[in-house]
Design a protein around this ligand. Sequence first.
Ligand code: NAP
Length: 292
Amino acid sequence: MKILPHPQKQMSVKGTTEVYAIFGHPVSHSFSPAMHNAAIAALGLDAVYVPFDVRPEELESAARAVRAMGIRGVNVTIPHKHRIIPFLDEVSAEVSLTGALNTIKNEGGRLRGFNTDVGGFMRALAEDLNIRPKGLTVTLLGAGGAARAVISGLAAASVSEIFILNRTLARASALAAQFAPHFRGVSIKALWQEDGDSIRECLGKSHLLVNSTSAGMKGAGSLEIPIECLPRSAAVYDLVYNPRETALVKAARDLGIRASGGLSMLIYQGAESFEIWTGRSAPVEIMRSVIE
Ligand code: NAP
């Protein structure tokens, strides 16, 4: 006899159903629809979250469609995170600082932009690694979009020093120059990936090493960092979440250094978006369970 699977709870879309979305290009790899629809179902909300593959040349039309079609909230991912800003009515201080957003809230046709990567990263540091940032020395690998969210969060939380280490020194220097005037009490310096002596010195006094490069991602290049120079009491956070345990995280753990991969940041940035849109506390464990 064939045994039929237990019937799944059906999502019911009605005339009243609120629509949330993600805009990206490509977008098919995104974990956000699974995470948000699980959260919506867990709270019994009359809502649905859908992915839209928006080509860059259609971004302005897509932003207008949010108003025209009453889409209640949107996540924005690569490559639109900074390009969509001119099409909004208002942005948060974090968006102004980072030059990027990942969340839009539609308030009666008024589009407000937020960057929940900043809060997502800081919550991941606290919850995964028990980090209290005030006064810490941090080495940050990478000077791209994600690095901006990391610097914003850490500098606002009053770390003492940030060394931005990048393959292209000019990008790290530009970032240091951009952020330094906003955070006078934080020393923000650029370092070149090839400057081995300085790197070893910085790592030796770092409490925290953060990887915000795409190196270590499945299919991308690998990182050559002398992490054995880190004090054993330091911590490592790798924003890369695919694979779940990156080579950097594994190397740190092998040295007895506590380390975490980027999945928690992904979950917490999603949780913060959900809270901005719905005003409800996000069911974080449910969101985690569908993507882990
Ligand atoms: P991005 O703007 O393209 O920046 C990429 C950075 O990585 C640049 O600094 C680049 O250096 C560096 N890089 C790339 N390949 C490298 C290699 N082989 N060796 C050394 N450095 C290399 O990308 P992004 O938006 O910042 O994203 C970076 C990573 O963070 C991605 O893996 C992304 O998935 C992850 N991320 C995770 C979360 C999360 O929630 N966990 C959120 C945002 C991003 P150059 O300047 O020299 O090119």
